[in-house]
Design a protein around this ligand. Structure first.
Ligand code: ADP
Ligand code: MG
Length: 215
């Protein structure tokens, strides 16, 4: 088990705000593809932010490899343990494709860009000259540039057309099963949820998990 959530509570500090997460516990393994689903406002992004070390739970803990992520510090966790893919790619718009990938870590950007199928001629182009689907592939390459074992993605196909979305899903699936990463994807897409090894549903602050067997 690479990541473990133990009895976490979370509420935003606004008046009358109720708990978004209520005594949530769950675990994640390497080599598996997880999806987090639930209605808008259910707390999916909140859970992902806590897993990413962007925020801390009010109580309970998050363990990476058995150690509380607050022990070594959230900066360390963000730098070494997890990488994040966003709906709007979050690439640096004045840099080239290659330069964006380099920001993610020390692995060869050329190798990573080949792996995510970005054509050679696009490597030295400004990132904004790539299509949306290509930009999301570059964001995934950036996420793979470090040795982080956990890849978190928040609605990574939300801005893409259906066919392009399918390609991104396949790439994330491949990242879990072929590269042995722990991939956790927040999604509205039934298609993504369907191919996951486990679906984590958030409702009223609680979670429910379902394993899926694929033949
Ligand atoms: N920064 C914030 N301040 C106050 N409330 C927030 C903030 N972000 C989210 N919320 C509230 O917390 C709940 C969960 O939000 P979120 O995790 O973004 O849901 P989801 O990603 O499932 O749509 C919602 O009720 C939302 O309005
Ligand atoms: Mg969200």
């Amino acid at each position: 088990m690479i990541l473990e959530v133990k009895n976490i509570d979370y509420a935003y500090k606004t008046k009358k705000s109720k708990k978004v997460l209520n005594q949530v516990s769950t675990q994640f393994e390497e080599g598996k593809f997880y999806t987090i689903v639930g209605a808008s406002g259910a707390g999916k992004t909140t859970l992902l932010s806590l897993l990413a070390g962007l925020d801390t739970p009010m109580c309970g803990s998050i363990l990476y490899n058995g150690e509380d992520i607050q022990k070594r510090g959230l900066n360390y966790h963000r730098k070494h343990n997890v990488s994040i893919v966003f709906q709007n790619y979050n690439l640096i718009d004045y840099l080239t494709t290659e330069e964006n990938v380099k920001l993610g870590g020390s692995k060869s950007p050329q190798k990573l860009l080949s792996e995510v199928n970005i054509p050679h001629e696009a490597w030295t182009r400004n990132i904004l000259q790539l299509s949306g689907g290509q930009q999301q592939r570059v964001a995934i390459a950036r996420a793979l540039a470090s040795d982080a074992k956990v890849l978190l993605a928040d609605e990574p196909t939300g801005n893409l057309d259906e066919n392009t979305a399918d390609e991104i899903i396949e790439l994330l699936w491949h990242t879990a099963h072929k590269l042995a990463k722990c991939v956790i994807v927040v999604t509205h897409s039934k298609k993504i949820a369907d191919i996951a090894d486990e679906v984590i549903q958030i409702k009223d602050g609680f979670i429910e998990r379902n394993s899926q067997i694929h033949n």
